[in-house]
Design a protein around this ligand. Structure first.
Ligand SMILES: C[S@@+](CC[C@H](N)C(=O)[O-])C[C@H]1O[C@@H](n2cnc3c(N)ncnc32)[C@H](O)[C@@H]1O
Length: 397
């Protein structure tokens, strides 16, 4: 009874949503003007909506309610009351692997998985299209990176409160999504919220960190720093180096500076720099005065297509033409950034995209156009790990 009403509310929401804002905000607005839904209702309605988006471009011609129940079935990891109410015959099979669940669907629903993510032909090398498509059916886990010196205390705390966790390597914690980080830990000082794949970018930093640490006065510039996830990662591996952070807007940098204070980092430079500008003088005086750098981290703005299991509405609303726009913007940014690379310096190119045009094509651009040499590049396959998928390449000149 309730389930049916939730189904109808969810259908109304997903059909009314046109991709104008992140769906999480759209939902918030809806619930704040529709107070009749209690917290359990809200959860179930949200769950149904997200399942709907997780099917991406599949089954678009299946009637709404049927499509949403199929989506709920395929996205459910175990039996649950919502599915029990909406389609009891499927509920006991909810925990089966997705391939087996598909075989239980009506026979006319065939070959849909490849259209969850319809841009298969544009994927970076080495990404398994089917596994990648299926990965969108589930929300990735929450990951924390334990900061140096806090490992024992953090694990003691988790054990004390009886919180289940998995350690991925030495310092990466996998936790369930509902875990309230700030209730347990001092955020940014003891732990940072950082996806597993983002943490694995650290493996590429490790290729060059011994050389940088051995150098007198080594300089590191994070040229698209955002909230500083990669800078903090690099800082924790190489404290004591000269760090510079830049981004396109002052408000972004102010948040970053606050995060650095929380992390106990006070010694660094930071300024606004729009690296898409045609002429160097337009980027600004601070950029012109920036000394040559031994490591440049370019975690460029991108389609974010490796993170869409967290924001599955993007599967439905992403415009293919944006891939070319991002690729062009990325070329401008890296072309300007590379001018500040010291002789023998290293350039770390990162995206959370799965598109060849944003990944390998831009590495090729850096080698062909700017004469850099590729040390190593990799797709960090979060899609097999309930994590984001990323691309990272270390180059040098
Ligand atoms: C993928 S995010 C960086 C994430 C960050 N490195 C981290 O680990 O948290 C890309 C950043 O590039 C910035 N950006 C976008 N356009 C830019 C431009 N023209 N010049 C410099 N930065 C830009 C965005 O504001 C955004 O903060």
């Amino acid at each position: 009874m309730f389930a049916k009403a939730h189904l109808q509310a969810a259908i109304k929401l997903v059909t009314g949503y046109k991709g104008e804002m992140p769906f999480v905000h759209y939902l918030k607005q809806y619930f704040s003007t529709n107070k009749k839904h209690g917290s359990r209702d809200r959860k179930q309605i949200a769950q149904l909506c997200y399942c709907w988006f997780r099917l991406g471009h599949s089954l678009n011609n299946v009637p709404g309610e049927e499509r949403m129940i199929i989506a709920l079935f395929l996205c459910s990891e175990c039996p649950n009351p919502l599915l029990a109410s909406l389609h009891p015959e499927w509920n006991e099979s909810a925990g089966l692997p997705v391939e087996e669940k598909i075989s239980l669907l009506p026979p006319d629903i065939f070959n849909f998985p490849l259209t969850i993510f319809p841009w298969i032909s544009q994927l970076s090398e080495g990404i398994d299209p089917l596994k990648f498509s299926f990965s969108h059916l589930q929300q990735p886990d929450l990951f924390l990176r334990i900061r140096p010196g806090y490992r024992d205390a953090i694990l003691r705390k988790l054990n004390k409160i009886g919180q289940a966790y998995t350690l991925e390597g030495d310092l990466c914690l996998r936790l369930p999504n509902g875990f309230k980080v700030e209730d347990q830990f001092v955020l940014n000082r003891e732990v940072v919220v950082q996806d597993l794949s983002s943490q694995r970018v650290g493996d590429l930093i490790d290729l060059v960190s011994p050389g940088l640490r051995a150098m007198e006065d080594a300089r590191v510039w994070d040229c698209c720093a955002a909230s500083g996830g990669k800078t903090l990662l690099a800082f924790d591996r190489m404290p004591g180096l000269n760090f510079t952070v830049t981004d396109i807007r002052n408000s972004i940098l102010q948040n970053l500076f606050q995060r650095f204070r929380q992390a106990g980092i006070y010694s660094y430079d930071g300024f606004v720099a729009d690296l898409s500008k045609e002429s160097l003088s337009e980027i600004g005086e601070s950029f012109l005065n920036l000394p040559l750098q031994n490591l440049i981290i370019a975690d460029v703005p991108c389609s974010g297509s490796g993170t869409w299991s967290r924001t599955p509405e993007q599967l439905c609303f992403f415009k293919e033409s944006a891939v070319t726009d991002y690729s062009e913007l990325q070329k401008k940014i890296i072309s300007n950034a590379v001018r500040k690379l010291a002789p023998g310096g290293h350039f770390l190119y990162i995206t959370c995209s799965v598109f060849h045009a944003e990944n390998e094509a831009n590495v090729e651009f850096l080698t062909r156009q700017h004469g850099l040499k590729l040390m190593e590049s990799r797709i960090i396959k979060g899609y097999t790990q309930k994590a984001d998928t990323m691309f990272a390449a270390m180059l040098h000149n």
